[in-house]
Design a protein around this ligand. Structure first.
Ligand SMILES: *Cc1c(COP(=O)(O)O)cnc(C)c1O
Ligand code: SF4
Length: 376
């Protein structure tokens, strides 16, 4: 029924270096030398890391780099610190154990996350599914059928989130098979696609692809963007093709140490995304993934950033800051506490300039409100 991955060309000049356990795609070993040569950096340290966690970038992403170590570079170029991180987990969100069928994660009652492609436009060094770069269950025809069968038999599933890897790295006709099959299931109300292609390899978003996607509404696309430099004329064109196809666009951003962990950088990113008709959706605290500790920020950093953006830029531009709980216990939003004090007849709020402001309480409201707010 499905023909997976085999048909997918390495269209837009992806540069790949495979580590152990992966079939060679384009280029093969040797590309890392070429990359290091173009940037006049030693290849050996990169190669050592890439043997464990393969290197992959796109020509587009490489064009966005200005110098070694910059915020674009850090996202995709192997870093020796990846091999020095003794902590973390291989599957920090416990996805494997919450997969009733391989590649299909059923964590919340009414929705599933379905990994339909193992490939990505680039390999993000902080990825929570890095384990899958080398050990993944192939998204083959039998798993397709098994995933579809599971969704069919579970009428409580209203929302199917296609993920990966990256579903937009599938050949469009393969992706269309998935969409058509899902649309044929009456209880599946919406389909979402999570992708990094519009930011990392935007030329893959062709007018034909957008026209095909538009046949399967209601379809939502969430795009992974981390830095304002990822917004340029090409990614803007990719987003406008999708938006013109009537697809509501959202974004997901990972809060990354030394890449985007400042209010100035994230403000520029979020207001820039709104101009592309992309509504910022989630800002993620780093997961406890092995080999990624150098990207992790303290929790208060994200809270401070969200607090400083609130009311200073359009509310539409502010995503929810969330922690995906270790072990697969789900996402929880984190909000800066705007309540300074609860009194018997009123609440004292902190406004966005830091001044105290009061709001009256109804009689007897105090205890219940305090129960909602309690934290040790
Ligand atoms: C994030 C996630 C979803 C979608 O969550 P929303 O809050 O609805 O965006 C669904 N399933 C899994 C396993 C997830 O990790
Ligand atoms: S595109 Fe997404 S799945 Fe792929 S490496 Fe980056 S974060 Fe991971």
């Amino acid at each position: 029924m499905f023909e997976i991955e085999a048909k997918t060309g390495e269209a837009s000049g992806s540069l790949v270096v495979q580590g152990r356990g992966q079939a060679a795609v384009s280029g093969g070993a040797g590309r890392i030398e070429a990359f290091a040569g173009r940037w006049s950096v030693p290849a050996e340290p990169l190669r050592r890391v890439a043997e464990v966690y393969p290197f992959r970038t796109s020509a587009h992403f490489e064009r966005l780099m200005q110098r070694p170590g910059d915020p674009i570079w850090m996202q995709v170029v192997p870093d020796p610190r990846e091999l020095q991180d003794a902590g973390g987990f291989r599957d920090p969100l416990g996805e494997e154990e919450r997969s009733p069928v391989p590649n299909l994660v059923h964590r919340y009652p009414d929705r599933v996350l379905w990994i339909v492609c193992n490939r990505c436009a680039v390999h993000c060094r902080f990825c929570t599914r890095k384990r899958r770069w080398t050990d993944s269950v192939p998204a083959d025809a039998s798993l397709q059928a098994a995933g579809l069968d599971y969704i069919k038999k579970h009428p409580e599933i209203r929302d199917v989130l296609l993920s990966g890897g990256d579903p937009l790295m599938l050949h469009p006709s393969t992706l269309e098979e998935y969409l058509r099959a899902l649309r044929a299931i009456r209880h599946v109300a919406i389909v979402r696609i999570g992708t990094r292609v519009p930011s990392a390899d935007p030329d893959r978003i062709t007018p034909e692809l957008a026209r095909m996607l538009a046949l399967y509404h209601p379809l939502y696309v969430n795009i992974h963007f981390n830095h304002p430099r990822e917004i340029n004329s090409r990614s803007a064109l990719a987003c406008s093709r999708l938006a013109d196809a009537g697809i509501p666009l959202g974004s997901q951003t990972v809060l990354l140490q030394s890449v985007n962990d400042s209010a100035e950088v994230l403000r520029e990113l979020f207001v820039g995304l709104l101009r592309l008709r992309v509504r910022p959706y989630y800002l993620f605290q780093m997961d406890l993934m092995e080999s990624t500790a150098h990207f992790r920020t303290p929790l208060h950093r994200g809270l401070a950033i969200v607090q400083s953006l609130r009311n200073r830029i359009s509310g539409l531009a502010i995503p929810q800051f969330v922690v995906d709980l270790p072990g697969g216990h789900g996402k929880v939003p984190l909000l800066p506490n705007a309540i300074h004090r609860v009194k018997q007849d009123r609440v004292v709020f902190r406004d966005f300039t830091g001044k105290n402001r009061e709001y009256p309480l109804m009689p007897g409201e105090e205890d219940e409100l305090k129960r909602f707010l309690s934290a040790e």
